[in-house]
Write a protein that binds this ligand. Structure first.
Ligand code: PLP
Length: 637
């Protein structure tokens, strides 16, 4: 750190680079001249809104952190972007078919999201994809546009099929996608009984496989979909029944967040070939559904790393359209309507989780004396010697020795051979040693691999008011990285290196891997805590995080606020959904709150009988019990 930085010459450009916001933020997030994070759904600067202004709006309304903000404009923009990119690709390649997107409800099932997708999607006839009966019911209660597609995947029972058939009768473009060979019979049976002709699709297993987290959906061994011989059986059965004109769609889903465009292209080529063959077999066809997989660049590196992607949305569209066209033109097959089921790409930007920092633990460098008391135990003196001998050539050795002596000292303490005071002194020497080693490591070109994580061992722990398990379950479950950064003070040098701990006090309730342009980092630079609140944001959390979250330690849903940004830069908080109260989450795990209250009142009454308190004390105590029940599950200031 040089002097000019200490003097406050830290700039917003430095913050932009440090937190990578220009790389992962698309055109939507940036830093203002005041050092605050801006949200900007339109490309013009005028409409940008500072997250800090929204925080004060939220506070004025009496809502506490943590809060999940949903920006409807960002959803609108992403729908527009995807549809316009396909339109542009089709126009430039002279593709004869059209594009129809469908939003898979499972990616974010909140009513508001489904509502907004159908509303903003209408101008592009953007439809919905459902994978279960409840999702179909949700879709049918929101979809109005009969030119959009309604794709039914997943296991389908009689009720599911009947509902889909009625939707078809009402004029919706509803497709049953057969994932298991036995489904065809029941679909045909119900359609005969209800006298409604079904639109049928088949889901194939491709041999193409993709890299990334979620790749098990693709490949020969994938759980879902039909292999080629099963598809031929279906064709034969339909042919026999004179119903090949019902077979209209071919679908596959390779998996989500596919980082490499080559994998996407290979899959499209393979599926397009199967499609052309089905046309050849006499099936009506007309629709080629490429599933999801369009990835988000969470770390901003534009690489084929799992948290990134090595292509843009425009490149994705061009590649897909070009590949489909190439296969169709070889066979003189008419260009199909291309469907994609992009979920993540539509909603990831949409939501931001904001929270405050409650406290910080600092692992100090501790001063140690110039000379050691000769009467101290040998192990402590050995540890001290290690400390004094550190140079840049022996840090690996010193590190091993320091750990060795620390463990010996712990052991001696266990057996009563050193005092608490001596042990405490030895810990100071130990932490000083680790700090010295970390400093020496910085000067090395190639650091020993064992010392890779030494920075996180001495990093501060910032205790933050949210739950990883509730709000970013994929961070815990599959090690997904999300961009995390302060939303203000970005003209100030962030002097601390931190890891983040949530308030579950669970050792898994933490974030200790952060995005980095070239790799990952184990600590996040943050500002020192001052008197005023310090706010952090976790970005790109709109996809898959909301309904996977669990009630670990009974932390419930956070407050949710929907924001609409107007073109003139003003904003409205159009909808507030209060997070779970303590009472809510207790009832989710089947506590009977009335009974609990009665029990507690009884306990208090007993305390009166024992003379420990007065009846008016009981009144106060019951009041605070009730306040607790009604309160937010998170830390309230
Ligand atoms: C989950 C899923 C999707 C969504 O994939 P994204 O990568 O989020 O776009 C699409 N189709 C099917 C069948 C799915 O299971």
């Amino acid at each position: 750190m040089n002097k000019t930085e200490i003097l406050g010459r830290w700039t917003k450009e430095k913050s932009e680079e440090l937190y990578g916001i220009k790389n992962w933020g698309s055109t939507y997030f940036s830093i203002s001249d005041e050092g605050e994070v801006l949200v900007n759904p339109y490309s013009d600067k005028k409409s940008a809104v500072s997250l800090m202004d929204i925080v004060s709006g939220v506070k004025d309304r009496g809502l506490d952190m943590p809060v999940l903000l949903r920006f409807e404009n960002l959803l609108d923009s992403q729908i527009t972007y995807l549809n316009e990119s396909f339109a542009k690709a089709m126009k430039s390649l002279d593709y004869k078919g059209t594009y129809r997107g469908v939003y898979p409800i499972k990616v974010n099932q909140q009513q508001q999201v489904v509502e907004e997708v159908t509303k903003f999607g209408q101008k592009y006839h953007h439809g919905l994809e459902v994978g279960s009966k409840p999702e179909l019911i949700a879709a049918l209660s929101h979809i109005k546009d009969k030119e959009s597609c309604l794709i039914c995947n997943g296991y389908k029972d009689e009720e599911f099929i009947d509902l889909g058939l009625y939707a078809t009768k009402m004029g919706f473009n509803c497709f049953f996608v057969i994932e298991m060979p036995n489904e065809l019979d029941i679909i045909l049976e119900r359609s005969k009984i209800l006298n409604i002709k079904p639109n049928i699709g088949v889901r194939i297993k491709l041999s193409a496989k993709a890299g990334g987290h979620w790749t098990d959906s693709g490949g020969d061994r994938s759980i879902f979909g039909l292999n080629m011989s099963q598809i031929i059986e279906i064709v034969d059965e339909l042919k026999e029944k004179g119903m090949l004109d019902s077979l209209k769609l071919l679908h596959y889903h390779l998996g989500s967040q596919i980082p490499n465009i080559r994998d996407i292209r290979n899959a499209v080529l393979e599926a397009a070939r199967v499609y052309a063959e089905l046309v050849n077999e006499g099936a009506a066809m007309g629709y080629l559904d490429l599933g999801g997989g369009l990835a988000i660049d969470y770390d901003g590196s534009s690489t084929n790393y799992t948290n990134s992607r090595n292509y843009t949305v425009e490149e994705y569209c061009m590649d897909v359209v070009e590949a489909v066209m190439r296969v169709m033109d070889q066979r003189d097959t008419p260009h199909p309507v291309i469907i994609t089921e992009s979920g993540r790409a539509l909603v990831a930007y949409y939501s931001i989780l904001l929270f405050n920092v409650l406290d910080v633990a600092i692992f100090e460098e501790y001063e140690i004396p110039e000379k050691l008391d000769e009467s101290l135990p040998e192990q402590i003196r050995n540890l001290y010697e290690v400390n004094k001998s550190i140079n840049h050539k022996n840090i690996q050795e010193c590190y091993n020795d320091a750990l060795y002596y620390r463990d010996e000292i712990k052991d001696m303490f266990k057996h009563g051979r050193i005092s608490l005071r001596d042990r405490s002194f030895s810990e100071k020497i130990f932490w000083n040693t680790i700090h010295q080693i970390a400093k020496a490591k910085k000067k090395l070109k190639f650091a020993p691999p064992e010392l890779e994580d030494i920075e996180s061992a001495i990093a501060d722990i910032y205790y933050c008011n949210f739950s990883v398990f509730q709000s970013i379950p994929d961070s815990w479950a599959i090690d997904q990285l999300f961009p995390v950064m302060p939303i203000h003070r970005l003209l100030e040098l962030p002097k601390r290196n931190a890891v983040i701990a949530d308030i579950t006090c669970d050792c898994d309730g933490k974030i200790d891997r952060f995005i980095d342009l070239h790799d990952e980092r184990s600590t996040l630079p943050l500002h020192e805590l001052k008197k005023e609140e310090y706010y952090l944001g976790i970005f790109l959390v709109g996809a898959y995080q909301e309904t996977l979250g669990d009630l670990h330690n009974l932390f419930g849903d956070t407050n949710v606020i929907s924001v609409r940004i107007n073109k003139d830069g003003s904003f409205e908080l159009i909808k507030e959904i209060q997070g779970d109260s303590v009472e809510d989450v207790l009832s989710y795990v089947e506590f009977d709150v009335k009974q609990m209250r009665a029990n507690f009142r009884e306990t208090a009454e007993e305390a009166i009988r024992e003379g420990l308190m007065t009846p008016s004390d009981r009144k106060e105590i019951m009041l605070s019990f009730d306040n607790g029940l009604r309160g937010y599950t998170y830390y309230e200031r």
